[in-house]
Ligand binder design. Structure first.
Ligand SMILES: O=C(CO)[C@@H](O)[C@H](O)COP(=O)(O)O
Ligand SMILES: [Fe+2]
Length: 220
């Protein structure tokens, strides 16, 4: 069952509660929240204050993608604000196991993210401990970028390890997901598909979500 996680990065921030209600009514499974610090990525977005503000406006899980250096410093605040899932980038974390435990201790589900150029082996030894692995299919920092197809084999690899070890984890893909690219990801084993511009840049969000779900299904 494919899950769709609209990224509010492409939403109208002046009417965030309406935007979130729109995608929830349109069939979204998670609300994806992109947190950027201007250091790890060349953009600055939002902090725990906004997570706290949107929490009462949806019953969907808030999937908080931390693109920040030193995430340990902020994980408790994001969990307290209502994050349901917190994902952290392997590239910035010296003691990944410790950070994953910190997320779990704070009450949220824990996920690890890797950039397109990071080898998939970098997360192999943490798979037992995480609830979700997020494969970036663009370089993080901005919405509206083009899908990098070289990442698809990493989705396949995680899926193969998941099956071989009977792991209970979700595989998420993020960046450049649209009607043309989603099927490669779901065929490779991705369960959760983040989409920003493919949903929020369309007037009819329900239709946009349904188009993605339809495109993700095998026609044969
Ligand atoms: O984490 C990120 C970007 O860094 C993503 O979540 C984007 O916000 C996805 O936007 P689209 O590529 O779907 O427009
Ligand atoms: Fe993201």
């Amino acid at each position: 069952m494919t899950k769709i996680a609209p990224s509010i990065l492409s939403a109208d921030f002046a009417q965030l509660s309406k935007e979130i209600r729109d995608v929830e009514e349109g069939g979204a499974d998670y609300i994806h929240v992109d947190v950027m610090d201007g250091h790890f990525v060349p953009n600055i977005t939002i902090g725990p204050l906004i997570v706290d503000a949107i929490r009462p406006h949806t019953s969907l899980p808030l999937d908080v993608h931390l693109m920040i250096e030193n995430p340990d410093q902020y994980i408790p605040a994001f969990a307290e604000a209502g994050a349901s899932i917190i994902t952290v980038h392997q590239e910035v974390i010296p003691h990944l196991h410790r950070t994953i435990q910190l997320i779990k201790d704070s009450g949220a589900k824990a996920g690890v993210v890797i950039n397109p150029a990071t080898p998939v082996e970098m997360v192999r030894d943490i798979l037992n401990d995480v609830d979700l692995v997020l494969l970036m299919t663009v370089n993080p920092g901005f919405g509206g970028q083009s899908f990098i197809p070289q990442v698809v084999h990493k989705i396949e690899q995680i899926d193969a390890w998941r099956k071989a070890n009977q792991l209970n984890l979700e595989i998420e893909a993020d960046g450049g997901i649209n009607r043309d690219t989603i099927r490669q990801c779901t065929d490779a084993g991705a369960d959760v598909l983040v989409a920003g511009s493919a949903i929020f840049k369309q007037a009819d969000r329900k239709q946009a979500i349904s188009n993605l779900l339809q495109a993700s299904e095998r026609g044969d």
